[in-house]
Ligand binder design. Structure first.
Ligand code: UDX
Length: 429
């Protein structure tokens, strides 16, 4: 099929590439000329495991191309996907101006029937607005259908998640776009569920909020574990063996972050309020998350006492493993708080140092993870990169002025760390 994706961020670029990979003919559109130029010359604007190779392969096969012209994208395809950012606003609601702008551009370029699919995460009832907008701005007065097709991929695992989705959700208002949408997703062999548009939009917010709730739940349990001497990982393992609960997203941490969970929670709370419901449960999820960070900082200050003049090593800047994304990263938040208290920092991240430089200044960026601890009063693990488990712990212990480690991701075994001579503090154990 001929498909156009508007927006080449984490979702748009992965979507376009993975559509091309199964044989569709794809045009990716972005209004950022620099980004289009970079992609055309074989460069990558983001780090996502496996993506670069797939882009290269599909460009060479002639199935994937890039342009900054929405008009070209709309003319050449029958199905147009919108994958532009929906950033948060100060009051927690979502800024839908990119969605509105793109809807107008699509409308202006339409000269025949099109299926316009929203992939960006949007509050319920946005599809109705997109439909009204296209109707208003389409001079040619041609037929079209708006479809909601929320994306559930995780950064760091995006290609895999896209190629092997648990389910594909497609919200429609009529039968007309159903066959085409089925054809788009047929090659993935995944269950497809068709709903109305409002339900599809809600599924995304409800799913992400539930996952955030799961993390806050285990983080709250971690507090009880610390107070009672239990081990949160053992509790999570035991809980997770109940298939109704499941083990995933039960890893206690210094809190969740990223461009989705915090934003989607706020947006869901906000839209619920507009629809007349005070979603107190989700407000509590947010509160537990920010308290989790407060508690971690307190753990550090209780041990090191005065942070002014202390040198601290930090492993991890990305909001989670396998990504270079530092948006709403708990690790960056932590660094800024430690800096504010007067600590000087030596930091390392396997992929996110370049992006971190614009939000985290006056720190020493260290290329080798084993050198971060050098001359530091303590070392902190802030992101769950699996390679941190391979730290040369003996060397790290010797290079610290005091062998103190704060593990915000429970990467190490507490007993082993103590045997190695560390004063080791983690979450809920
Ligand atoms: C999330 C959803 O998982 C995905 O389905 C949706 O499409 C976009 O939002 P993402 O933000 O890429 O994906 O990351 P995810 O892997 O869900 O992690 C989010 C945050 O939760 C990270 O900061 C991570 O470190 C944290 N987390 C995750 C925990 O603290 N504990 C866990 O058990 C799992």
């Amino acid at each position: 099929m001929k498909l156009t994706i508007i927006g080449t961020g984490y979702v748009g670029l992965v979507t376009g590439t993975c559509f091309a990979e199964v044989g569709h003919q794809v045009i990716c559109v972005d209004n950022n000329e620099e980004k289009v130029k970079l992609l055309k010359s074989g460069g990558m604007p983001i780090y996502e495991p496996g993506l670069e190779e797939l882009v290269k392969k599909n460009v060479e096969a002639g199935r994937l191309k890039f342009t900054s012209s929405t008009k070209e994208g709309v003319e050449e395809s029958d199905v147009i996907f919108i994958a532009v950012p929906t950033p948060p606003q100060p009051d927690g609601s979502v800024d839908l101006s990119f969605i509105e702008g793109v809807s107008r551009e699509i409308a202006a370029a339409m000269t025949s029937y099109k299926i316009v699919v929203d992939k960006s995460t949007v509050p319920v009832k946005t599809g109705e607005k997109v439909s009204e907008t296209i109707k208003r701005y389409c001079k040619a007065k041609v037929d079209f259908d708006v479809v909601s097709n929320p994306e559930f991929l995780r950064e760091g695992f995006a290609v895999d998640d896209f190629m092997k989705p648990d389910r594909v959700v497609i919200g429609v208002l009529s039968q007309r776009p159903v066959a085409a949408m089925r054809e788009v997703y047929e090659p993935y062999n995944a269950p497809i569920i068709f709903t109305d548009i409002n339900s599809a939009e809600l599924i995304k917010h409800a799913a992400n909020s539930f996952l955030a709730l799961k993390i806050s739940y285990i983080n709250a349990v971690s507090v009880i574990c610390e107070a009672s001497g239990a081990n949160v990982q053992e509790v999570a393992n035991g809980m997770g063996m109940d298939i109704r609960i499941g083990r995933r997203f039960l890893d206690a941490s210094l809190g969740f972050g990223g461009s989705c969970f915090p934003k989607d929670l706020s947006a869901f709370i906000q839209i619920s309020e507009q629809l007349g419901y005070d979603f107190r449960l989700l407000k509590e999820v947010q509160r537990i998350n920010s308290e989790q960070m407060d508690r971690f900082v307190k753990k550090i200050t209780e041990t090191l006492w005065v942070l002014k003049g202390k040198k601290i090593g930090v492993l991890g800047l990305a909001f989670k493993q396998n990504t270079d994304d530092v948006r709403m990263s708990p690790a960056i938040d932590l660094c800024l708080r430690l800096q504010k208290e007067g600590a000087t920092l030596r930091v390392h991240d396997p992929k996110a140092m370049e992006k971190a430089r614009s939000v985290l200044e006056n720190v020493t960026y260290v290329d080798d993870m084993n050198e971060v601890a050098e001359g530091c009063d303590a070392l902190i693990v802030a992101t769950e990169w699996p390679q941190f488990k391979k730290l040369d712990l003996e060397r790290v212990r010797k290079s610290l002025t005091h062998p103190i480690m704060f593990d915000g991701r429970n990467l190490f075994d507490a007993k082993e760390m103590e045997q190695l001579g560390f004063i080791y503090k983690s979450i809920g154990r």
